[in-house]
Design a protein around this ligand. Structure first.
Ligand code: GTP
Length: 245
């Protein structure tokens, strides 16, 4: 079983069909999926995007809002989502701490790595919000950074699709799911499981990236328990054994 894991999901995942805001039934579903991991003793860190409220890049498109300001707006959006997940997890009886990369101490704790690790050791879920605290970095990069910092064994990128495909499965019916690929392949073939910065950071730290469908009930648990039924794609250092030798 995986002991410590970081789960990243997009803000849009929490939204209804419109793609905006937080749909309480989805929030509840996500909370219960996460709870199943804590219930078997996994230590869980969470990073969530903010795209269900605002995205820095899109906000800056018109030129009216500077990219840096747009990105800070996006960071604040992740705080809203993080607090919502905290509430939903607490509703289901879990201990949760939200830690922010930007200081907003009336709302939540500020990110302190040693403190987050203590929280995890005590069985608390830690939700990392406000990205890295810097513009020009995605929440995928923030998630990878936090995963490395807390010593997570894997990062799970929870999406709406089962894994990584050789082409867009929505457009092409013959798209094939790639069960395993190397970081180099993901970067070279421009397979955007995450942005290049995030993949490079994972590669440098040999952190496996698991891409899975968060709407497949029980899948997160199957992955953490390393069950054969688990459905996912893995981006990892496929030559690790050879390199060590
Ligand atoms: P231990 O020291 O391991 O017992 O952890 P703890 O998190 O329970 O202790 P602490 O007394 O630090 O926190 C108590 C509560 O206050 C928790 O719900 C924290 O999330 C919250 N808290 C701690 N620091 C801050 C802060 O700077 N801002 C906000 N808003 N809440 C905080």
């Amino acid at each position: 079983m995986i002991k410590r894991v970081l789960v990243k999901f997009s803000g849009e995942a929490l939204a209804s069909e419109s793609g905006f805001g937080i749909e309480s039934s989805i929030l509840d579903y996500v909370a219960l999926e996460l709870k199943s991991l804590v219930d078997i003793g996994a230590e869980v860190g969470i990073v969530i995007g903010g795209g269900n409220f605002i995205r820095g890049v899109s906000a800056a498109k018109s030129g009216l809002i500077k990219r840096t300001s747009g990105d800070y707006m996006g960071m604040l959006a992740t705080v809203i989502n993080g607090v919502a997940i905290q509430e939903a997890l607490e509703y289901h009886g879990l201990d949760v701490r939200v830690q922010s990369a930007l200081e907003i101490k009336e709302v939540c704790e500020t990110y302190i790595n040693r403190r987050s690790i203590r929280h995890l050791e005590k069985g608390r879920v830690v939700i990392f919000v406000a990205g890295t605290g810097n513009p020009f970095f995605t929440t995928d990069t923030a998630a990878t950074l936090r995963a490395v910092e807390i010593g997570a064994e894997i990062i799970i990128k929870a999406t709406k699709v089962n894994g990584v495909y050789d082409k867009d499965p929505v457009k092409f019916s013959d798209a094939v799911m790639l069960k395993q690929l190397s970081y180099e392949q993901a970067l070279k073939d421009n397979i955007k499981v995450m942005d290049d910065t995030a993949i490079a950071l994972a590669k440098d730290n040999a952190l496996p990236i698991i891409v899975c469908n968060m709407f497949k009930k029980g899948n997160l648990l199957n992955i953490v328990q390393q069950n054969e039924d688990a459905i996912y794609s893995k981006v990892a250092n496929l030559n690790l054994y050879k390199e060590i030798k």
